[in-house]
Design a protein around this ligand. Structure first.
Ligand code: HEC
Length: 308
């Protein structure tokens, strides 16, 4: 036991300088992204004596409770369906999801016919045809969610220079590092919901008053959000308002609820087999424990008559 404790302590001590280095990296990259764009503002700020850049995000996302958390995590299909609705009606105007095919939506509890009807609501570019020309046709289940913009540059041009990132893997890509010692506890609690917590916090985090220390870093056409990882403000306007998306199952139509649902949906999009993975992991652990017991019994039996 004492050995285990001292090993943990040693590991902690080793990890500390690493953490410090990572934190420094974070500040530097935040400084680079905020600093590059607002060079003038930065110079003014330096002149005024607050050249020190604050850490981003300014606030840590609150930890919510998700149905897919922990070793027995499972999807709440109703929530995923609501999240899909929010994505389709709101976020998909700007964000693509090019790694998810319509046929994947069957995992959300839809029938073949429902998936076909859903896909047909989209227009997909196909071709070339016999004349060598590209043409538009209604979507079919094997198509992937089409992008709202023809290319990255068009997406950036329509959004004040910042192209909206693709949704396919975003929930996992934004699972922020949590620093020492939290990440050690996360190993035990199996905390893997950093992405959805971040997305929910970001969507509900608009409309606050920026502190004086970052006011000079906020560029025109960006929106202050203390949860944004890469700076004090981002190019995405607040995307949701209360009552914007209609829910037919009686779930409250609030920004908080929409954000939870769309974040859960994005987690599903990023890791559709999460529930199976957890179930398999649990059975594997039980198997390993039983197997270890058996091995121990066999070892005692085999060595029973050997004097030592
Ligand atoms: C009007 C277009 C628009 C709509 C609608 C929109 N977004 Fe965005 N979104 C953007 C842009 C632009 C960015 C890039 C912001 C930046 O990097 O400054 C972005 C970035 C993001 C990010 C990444 C933030 C980061 O850490 O880099 C998330 C998450 C996100 N949006 C979620 C959503 C969700 C969820 C919805 C739907 C409820 C939505 N967005 C609707 C334009 C939009």
């Amino acid at each position: 036991m004492t050995k285990l404790l001292s090993a943990l302590l040693a590991f902690g001590l080793m990890a500390m300088p690493l953490q410090a280095a990572m934190a420094q990296d974070k500040t530097e990259s935040a400084a680079a992204s905020a600093g590059a764009a607002s060079k003038d503002a930065g110079q003014d700020a330096a002149a005024e004596g607050h050249a020190e850049l604050p850490h981003f995000p300014l606030k840590e996302p609150p930890e919510l409770s998700w149905s897919f958390a922990g070793p027995f995590g499972h999807w709440d299909l109703g929530q995923l369906q609501r999240g899909l609705k929010v994505y389709k009606e709101v976020c998909s105007a700007c964000h693509s999801m090019r790694l998810v095919a319509f046929r994947n939506l069957k995992a959300l509890g839809y029938s073949d016919d429902q998936v076909k009807a859903f896909a047909a609501q989209y227009t997909v570019k196909d071709g070339p045809n016999g004349d060598g020309e590209m043409f538009d046709r209604p979507g079919i289940p094997s198509d992937y969610f089409p992008s709202p913009f023809p290319n990255h540059e068009a997406a950036a041009a329509a959004n004040n220079g910042a192209a909206p990132p693709d949704f396919s893997l975003l929930a996992k890509a934004r699972a922020a590092e949590r620093g020492f010692p939290t990440f050690l506890f996360d190993l035990v609690t199996q905390y893997q919901q950093g992405g959805p917590d971040y997305i929910h916090a970001l969507i509900t985090g608009y409309g606050q008053t920026p502190p004086k220390s970052v006011e000079h870093l906020i560029q025109d056409g960006t929106y202050y959000n203390p949860y944004f990882m890469s700076g004090p403000a981002l190019a995405m306007p607040p995307p949701l308002s209360d009552g914007q998306v209609e829910y037919t199952d009686g779930t409250p139509q609030t920004v908080d609820q929409y954000a939870r649902d769309v974040a859960a949906f994005m987690m599903w999009a990023a890791e559709p087999h999460l529930a199976e993975r957890k179930a398999t992991g649990f059975v594997t652990m039980i198997f390993l424990i039983v197997f270890a017991g058996l091995l121990f019994a066999v070892k005692r039996r085999v060595w029973a008559n050997t004097p030592h």
